[in-house]
Ligand binder design. Structure first.
Ligand SMILES: Nc1ncnc2c1ncn2[C@@H]1O[C@H](COP(=O)(O)O)[C@@H](OP(=O)(O)O)[C@H]1O
Ligand SMILES: [Mg+2]
Length: 276
């Protein structure tokens, strides 16, 4: 899919710089993961560790250095959350450590997320999973999504080593991904509409990546999330030929009040079904 709405075009070298930034942030997260760490509870009752803050610092510094003209909203920078509602100009939307519960419980699915939002839609998205050593890049503007396995790599990353991603043709028996920590009876009822046989529960934004790489067909989210949880995954899945829709069947929009998402329906090559 291509779009003519975006006016900010990131070059391949920009995308590789963002990818390297996510890898560098992931290295800081792993330093914390491999030792003892404290868990604090934030005002919104969500957990926070030194890893969230260390990853945020790497990304904030890197974005200021290389893309200083573009504003940044990050989960771990509360001051940035007052950005104007309905902002149409470009801004980066960052979740430095998505799946903090997975991280705390030493499950391997947590991710680093960087997205560019413009005209209230994600136009580029980067996800890095530091334990799995997988880097995903979605470019909605040119309709290309890629994954790079970083295990054993040294030196600069290059698009020559990436594998193209595309959603799969819907099989007769659809597979769904759902949240490990936040599943719900409503989600189960929705999956029943499609007669889904297989469900894979997984923490973090990797759920979008599994649909983008054709390992699953549906990721309905009937509970609350924040825009930084979904923006990069939305870009990757959209660039791979999938969709992230709100209840009305239109693409999920961003720069909403306080960055709260409503329920959404991420899908590969399947027709949208309206929930009951
Ligand atoms: N009540 C709530 N309100 C807003 N967001 C919520 C929420 N409960 C969970 N989330 C979001 O869901 C994300 C985790 O989703 P999942 O379980 O699919 O990995 C969390 O990301 P963080 O882990 O970055 O805090 C958090 O932002
Ligand atoms: Mg998150």
């Amino acid at each position: 899919m291509t779009t003519d709405l975006a006016t900010t075009i990131l070059s391949e070298s920009d995308l590789l710089r963002l990818g390297q930034l996510a890898i560098d942030a992931g290295a800081e997260i792993m330093r914390v993961y491999e030792g003892e760490f404290d868990v604090q509870i934030k005002g919104d009752q969500s957990p926070l560790t030194q890893a969230d803050l260390a990853s945020h610092a790497v990304i904030a510094d890197g974005l200021a250095r290389d893309f200083g003209h573009i504003p940044v909203v990050s989960e771990e920078d509360a001051d940035s959350h007052n950005a104007p509602e309905g902002e149409t100009g470009p801004f980066f939307l960052v979740d430095p450590l998505d799946g903090t519960k997975e991280f705390i419980n030493r499950r391997p699915d947590f991710t680093v997320n960087i997205a560019l939002i413009e005209q209230q839609r994600p136009t580029y998205g980067i996800i890095y999973a530091p334990v799995r050593k997988a880097l995903y890049i979605g470019d909605v503007v040119s309709g290309k999504a890629h994954v790079l396995e970083t295990e054993g790599l040294s030196g600069d990353i290059s698009f020559a080593n990436f594998k193209a991603l595309t959603v799969r043709k819907a099989p007769d028996a659809l597979a769904a991904v759902c949240s490990l920590s936040h599943n719900s009876p409503e989600t189960e009822a929705y999956l029943d509409l499609y007669g889904v046989a297989e469900r894979v529960a997984i923490g973090s934004s990797l759920k979008f990546c599994l649909v983008a790489e054709g390992q699953a067909d549906l990721y309905p989210r009937l509970g609350p999330t924040m825009e930084w949880d979904t923006a990069a995954g939305d870009a990757i899945l959209t660039a791979a030929g999938g969709k992230v829709l709100s209840r009305d069947g239109a693409p999920l929009i961003y720069a909403k009040p306080r960055f709260f998402n409503p329920e959404f329906f991420a899908q590969g090559d399947v027709a949208f079904k309206v929930p009951n």
